[in-house]
Design a binder for this molecule. Structure first.
Ligand code: 3HC
Length: 725
């Protein structure tokens, strides 16, 4: 049957939607030739409208239909996010939402059963299309994922999803999916009650066709109809429902501090719509979609989507630069980072040699990697043989055996230059000529590391963030001599393991730590000035960071922060001034943060962070005394980071403002609804940012000196991104 799908894939070339009717069965194939993925664009809506009309008219004696995609890896990726940029007013977005709703209402109301045959992503409007079908079959391909990620774009589902999903799978489960935007593979989607069947890719069309005809002959009932009413009847009781919504609202406020309007509006729309019919519920949905789509938050989040996708897809080198394929790697240093890199690689089909000098260390690293893989495998509901195959991809070693076959070697040993030099030499003795030599250093210049190499053009930085399994960013650091194919291979490797890479030029702190450093130093200075620890943290979480700077000190480790701070203060001595003494005092007092349960905060026996440790104030020698307005704290901390980001672009450390926004959002958690430091400058206005920095420079000195590039942008009225509002 693979051949039929292949055949459909080929014959569908040229037409975005195509229908073939054979023996009473209509196979509707989606394949937008103008786009890399199928999206619900204006054009697609038009085409679908024509197909629906033919089905409504019973063309060719059609008794059932199947919707299939001819695009590998996606069924439907949702509404066309490109078109969001054209929404000038809420009414434009509301109209787009209504058009989607109407199309899906027509689909749902067809007299014949329609089977969604899902292979690849069915997200947003894609899943909403599937929800309007009678029956859903999904493949067990790793590319198949179902979800409603709209809140991540600052909007809510706008094609009937807020009305249909709770009615299909119950309120609590639907809220969980819509509030988090999480994506389910086929098995989890089946467990959740979204999908009726899971099948291998090769038989999708065959099974879907058979089931469509069985539905038409009333020999099969869709799962939803087999249940009586809402799947969770208890949830329909009013007090229970109220409780669910109040808990959900509380959860959203805790997570977002009310900075993101979409999840709160989503709750309102669903709550108000539950007692109404689907049509009335959709009215509210369209209105909310319209209003949300033009908010600054949504525009910033759409910017984050496009910039991160572009960074992933564009290495920024000519088409003639070809990456090497990466199927096997080796990792030297089986510590927490090394094990994390090994696990992330194995999870994405790469064989890994994990090396450490001592057998115990290699075994411990292996255990850490395997535990992480098993946890993920469980979440994906993998079968036992699949799990075995997965964990076996990581093999430990204390020697350099197997290195000759590696496409990439990542060194993740202790941050010590002479040790790293020795390791590089050893790797080169054992690895093949064409190996890419990546270093996971966070502080040592790649240029210096390359000095020990016999093939310096193969040396590159591969800066992962901790914990590797969760952090999406990889900084790829090139030095003057790095060969282009090496950069392309490092980029392809990072992408293959599901990370978002940005390519930056070698410079102290690279990009992410470079912009984090003045921010952290400023936080320490504010503590010295007498601002309370928790006040500083609150100021920045309310600005939108996931954690505040004082908590971040504890998480990163004060010794690590001390070392990084010194390097940066030396590198930029002309304007950074002396590093704040607070951190030295903390380290001297044996306070390393979370790792020894002693930092700015106290930690319980279970390792959980508790309240601020009041003893710290005596240590600083300056009891809390200052009531600095929160807005001032936010301005001092936010702008020092933004200004440093602009400097990195000015100096050529960054290749583009795009990479700067991606790095800040994905590496540090710069508030996504602010779009990243460069988008922030555009939205706030370069002149306004410049004026504020100048005022801060007057009060606090050279560390707030505005970047030259910022002055130029303000003078010329330029923007980093022309489409920034
Ligand atoms: N609209 C417009 N362009 C889209 C798109 C969309 N919904 N989804 C993907 N694309 C584009 C990407 O920008 C990229 O373009 P490029 O090649 O020019 O850089 C191209 O398609 C390929 O995308 P990826 O590189 O991300 O391909 P992957 O195979 O890695 O991932 C995907 C595919 C899982 C579909 C991923 O692209 C994705 O998550 N897309 C967004 C899904 C989403 O958020 N959908 C909800 C949209 S909002 C909505 O539906 C509202 C509705 O409720 C009314």
């Amino acid at each position: 049957m693979a051949t039929i799908l292949e055949e459909e894939r080929q014959t569908a070339q040229g037409a975005p939607v195509r229908m073939e009717i054979r023996d009473g069965l209509a196979v509707v194939t989606l394949n937008d030739p103008a786009r890399p993925v199928n999206v619900i664009s204006e054009g697609m809506l038009r085409e679908m409208g024509e197909i629906l009309e033919r089905l409504e008219n019973g063309e060719g004696g059609v008794r059932a239909a199947v919707i299939v995609s001819a695009k590998k890896g996606t069924w439907i990726a949702g509404a066309d996010i490109e078109e969001f940029k054209n929404f000038a007013a809420p009414a434009d977005a509301e109209a787009a939402s209504r058009a989607g709703q109407e199309m899906l209402d027509r689909l749902e109301q067809l007299r014949i059963p329609v089977v969604a045959a899902i292979d690849g992503a069915a997200l947003g409007g894609g899943l909403e299309t599937a929800l309007a079908c009678t029956y859903r079959i999904a493949t067990d391909s790793p590319k198949t994922k179902l979800g409603l990620p709209e809140v991540q774009l600052g909007i809510i589902p706008g094609a009937g999803g807020t009305a249909r999903l709770p009615r299909l799978i119950g309120l609590r489960a639907a809220l969980d999916l819509m509030l988090t935007g999480k994506q389910l593979d086929a098995r989890r989607a089946m467990k959740a009650g979204i999908v009726d069947e899971v099948v291998p890719q090769t038989v999708l069309l065959e099974v879907a066709s058979r089931q469509a005809m069985a539905l038409a002959a009333k020999k099969l009932q869709p799962r939803a109809a087999r249940r009586s009413g809402s799947p969770e009847r208890l949830e329909n009781l009013l007090p229970m429902r109220k409780l669910i919504f109040s808990k959900a609202r509380q959860g959203v406020m805790e997570k977002t501090h009310g900075l993101y309007p979409a999840p709160l509006r989503l709750l309102k729309v669903i709550e108000a719509g539950l007692d109404k019919d689907v049509r009335a519920a959709q009215e509210m949905e369209a209105r909310a979609f319209g209003e949300l789509a033009v908010t600054p938050e949504a525009r910033s989040l759409v910017h984050v989507f496009f910039t991160s996708t572009e960074a992933k897809n564009d290495v920024g080198l000519g088409d003639d630069v070809k990456p090497k394929s990466v199927d096997q790697i080796a990792v030297v240093g089986a510590g927490f980072m090394g094990a994390g890199i090994a696990a992330a690689s194995a999870e994405n089909g790469i064989r890994v040699r994990l090396k450490d000098v001592k057998p115990e260390a290699a075994a411990k690293g292996l255990r850490t990697a395997r535990e992480s893989l098993i946890k993920r495998a469980k979440r994906k509901k993998m079968r036992r043989f699949e799990v075995t195959k997965l964990v076996d991809r990581v093999q430990p070693t204390t020697e350099y055996s197997g290195f000759h076959a590696s496409d990439v070697v990542v060194e993740a040993v202790f941050e010590d230059l002479s040790l790293k030099h020795r390791v590089i030499k050893e790797i080169e003795e054992h690895a093949g000529e064409g190996v890419v030599l990546g270093s996971n250093t966070s502080t040592i210049p790649i240029t210096k590391l390359a000095e020990a190499s016999a093939r310096p053009d193969h040396v590159i930085g591969l800066h992962f963030f901790s914990p590797v399994e969760k952090m999406p960013l990889v900084e790829i650091i090139t030095h003057e001599g790095t060969a282009d194919w090496v950069t392309a291979t490092a980029h392809a490797y990072a992408k293959k393991i599901g990370k978002t890479p940005i390519v930056v030029h070698d410079s102290p702190g690279f990009y992410v730590n470079r912009i984090l450093s003045p921010y952290m130093a400023e936080a320490a200075l504010l503590l010295q000035e007498g601002v309370r620890m928790e006040e500083l943290d609150r100021a920045m979480t309310e600005w939108g960071f996931p954690v505040g700077p004082v908590t971040l000190y504890d998480e990163v480790g004060l010794d690590v922060a001390q070392k990084a701070g010194k390097i940066m203060a030396e590198a930029f001595a002309d304007r950074m001034g002396n590093p704040p003494t607070v951190i030295d005092k903390m380290v001297a007092d044996g306070r390393l943060g979370r790792k020894n349960s002693k930092g700015f905060y106290t930690f319980g026996e279970d390792g959980k962070k508790q309240g601020p440790d009041e003893a710290v104030y005596a240590l600083i020698g300056n009891p809390p005394k200052k009531e600095t307005p929160r807005a001032e704290l936010q301005e001092r901390l936010g702008l020092i980071m933004v200004n440093e980001a602009v400097r990195t672009l000015e100096e050529g450390v960054l290749r583009s403002a795009r990479d700067g926004d991606v790095g800040a959002v994905f590496g540090i958690g710069f508030p996504p609804f602010r779009g990243g430091p460069f988008w922030y400058v555009d939205v706030t206005g370069a002149q306004t940012v410049l004026d504020r920095l100048r005022a801060l420079e007057q009060r606090f000195g050279a560390r707030y000196r505005p970047a030259k590039l910022l002055e130029e942008m303000a003078r010329d009225g330029r923007k980093f991104f022309p489409d920034a509002a």
